[in-house]
Design a protein around this ligand. Structure first.
Ligand SMILES: Cc1cc2nc3c(=O)[nH]c(=O)nc-3n(C[C@H](O)[C@H](O)[C@H](O)COP(=O)(O)OP(=O)(O)OC[C@H]3O[C@@H](n4cnc5c(N)ncnc54)[C@H](O)[C@@H]3O)c2cc1C
Length: 420
């Protein structure tokens, strides 16, 4: 039995690293295991948007109606690899079943509770490591180009306001005044004041990691191949041999499925929603805040290293090679939103895998009567947004305290009967 560490965290993405840091700050002796390099998964290349306004589940009737048209376009915002389709089908079926009004209502409630606490959780976490400047709190915008989008956005705004989300409308003139670099063709925007962005998603994870290490967080470069429960704890079978531990936190993103199965017998329907980004280093300071396009379904975020264009969803499994045309196509879309020619010098593409469950909620849980196995995975499009709050909740579960929000909707046991 590993008596040196109180808990072993598997996975050094933004979720695992935030949890490891917060547990270490609270006095636990933590070992972090990462099979690749810290922050190298989805957390490396996300759009950096603290998207607290995104409280609606992934599937909606509107998206379903657009599906056939989207699927015909190989470089469109949504693509399902034909060969992968049979494998994605059970997950997609679950996604559609989750569109039942009663299911959607509880998902919206759960996402709202988690997101409402997320911006201040980041403020607190970055404040605690003296790095408040990694977070920019200037809100974000959703711009639109077509007259008929206006009515849709008004409905969206009203739905958000009904749920207590702060949202303002900007007309074309006010938008131009606020962001003069944007095209004069834009008709207006929704503004979300209670959102923000980080200045560099990968540096952020590395900073969290270094701050943890300064407090004594231990690290081993090891991939966990299997995990077994024993009478006194958990045995992790790793590329560095067997690591026995009394408690473990599974936080390895899209790769969590087999470990969850070994530890609980539950088949979690975890799917890789592959997304792309194109980084434009020549476009530093082009925008003051993150800007999404309502029609083109992608985001542009001003990061320290330049402008990041990000988005799209591709279902092609974890292993299939990236199709970087999907990243480069984002430039054509972005070009339509600016009043100057974008500088493409040293533009670089990237692909990452969002860990997504069909009810759009992550798993945040302490499992079993002994609560030795904790889970934090499946944060889909919102892993960066929710990481600091997830870490607070994991600490509360670890300490057996009552969590700050109701964690029933986030339990792993909700998938107990699902067979995949
Ligand atoms: C294009 C794109 C844009 C996005 N934009 C945003 C955004 O603006 N805002 C937002 O909130 N979210 C965004 N996301 C989603 C967000 O990036 C993810 O939800 C988040 O990064 C998931 O974090 P994670 O730590 O769970 O997973 P990961 O970052 O993938 O980390 C998991 C880690 O575990 C390691 N690992 C895996 N298996 C093992 C093993 N067996 N043993 C040891 N280590 C292992 C991996 O190497 C990896 O480092 C975006 C995602 C994409 C793809």
């Amino acid at each position: 039995m590993n008596t040196i560490h109180d808990i072993v965290v598997v996975g050094g993405g933004v979720i695992g690293t935030s949890c490891a840091l917060v547990l270490q700050q609270a006095g636990a002796r933590v070992l972090l295991l990462e099979g690749d390099t810290i922050g190298s998964g989805a957390s490396a290349g996300n759009a950096g948007h603290i998207a607290t306004e995104q409280i609606f589940p992934l599937a909606s009737l509107e998206i379903m109606l657009q599906l056939p048209r989207m699927l015909l376009d190989p470089l469109g915002p949504l693509r399902i690899d034909l060969k992968y389709f049979p494998k994605a089908l059970p997950w997609l079926t679950q996604l559609i079943l989750n569109m039942r009004p009663s299911a959607q209502l509880s998902q919206i409630r759960a996402l709202t509770a988690l997101n409402n606490a997320s911006l201040s959780a980041w403020r607190d976490l970055l404040g605690s490591i003296q790095q408040p400047n990694l977070l920019i709190e200037k809100g974000s915008l959703m711009v639109f180009e077509k007259e008929h989008t206006k009515a849709k956005l008004t409905r969206y705004k009203n739905k958000l306001r009904d749920r207590g989300i702060e949202v303002n409308t900007l007309d074309a003139h006010t938008l131009q005044e606020k962001v003069p670099s944007l095209s004069k063709q834009l008709l207006g925007a929704l503004e979300f004041p209670q959102t923000g962005h980080v200045v560099d998603p990968l540096s952020l994870v590395n900073q969290l990691f270094r701050s943890g290490q300064a407090l004594g967080l231990e690290y081993e470069h090891a991939k966990v191949l299997d995990a077994r429960r024993t009478t006194v704890g958990v045995e992790l079978h790793t590329t560095n041999g067997v690591i026995p531990c009394s408690r473990v936190l599974i936080a390895n993103g899209v790769h969590a499925k087999p470990l969850v199965q070994s530890l609980t017998g539950i088949h979690v329907p975890l799917e890789a929603e592959r997304g792309y980004h194109l980084m434009l280093p020549g476009e530093k300071n082009t925008l003051p805040c993150a800007v999404t396009s309502a029609e083109r379904k992608f985001i542009m975020t001003p990061l320290n290293g330049g402008l990041r264009l990000a988005g799209t969803v591709e279902f092609a499994g974890i292993e299939r090679e990236a199709d970087m045309r999907r990243a480069f196509v984002l430039e054509q879309h972005a070009q339509q939103l600016f009043n100057h020619r974008l500088n493409m010098h040293q533009a670089s593409p990237w692909m990452g895998r969002r860990p997504s469950l069909p009810d759009s909620l992550p798993v945040i849980d302490a499992y079993g009567h002994d609560r030795r196995v904790l889970f934090a995975f499946g944060h889909q499009h919102l892993g960066l947004t929710q990481a600091a709050m997830t870490a607070q909740l994991i600490l509360q579960l670890y300490r057996n305290e009552s969590p700050a929000i109701d964690l029933k909707p986030f339990r792993v046991s909700r998938f107990q009967k699902t067979q995949f």
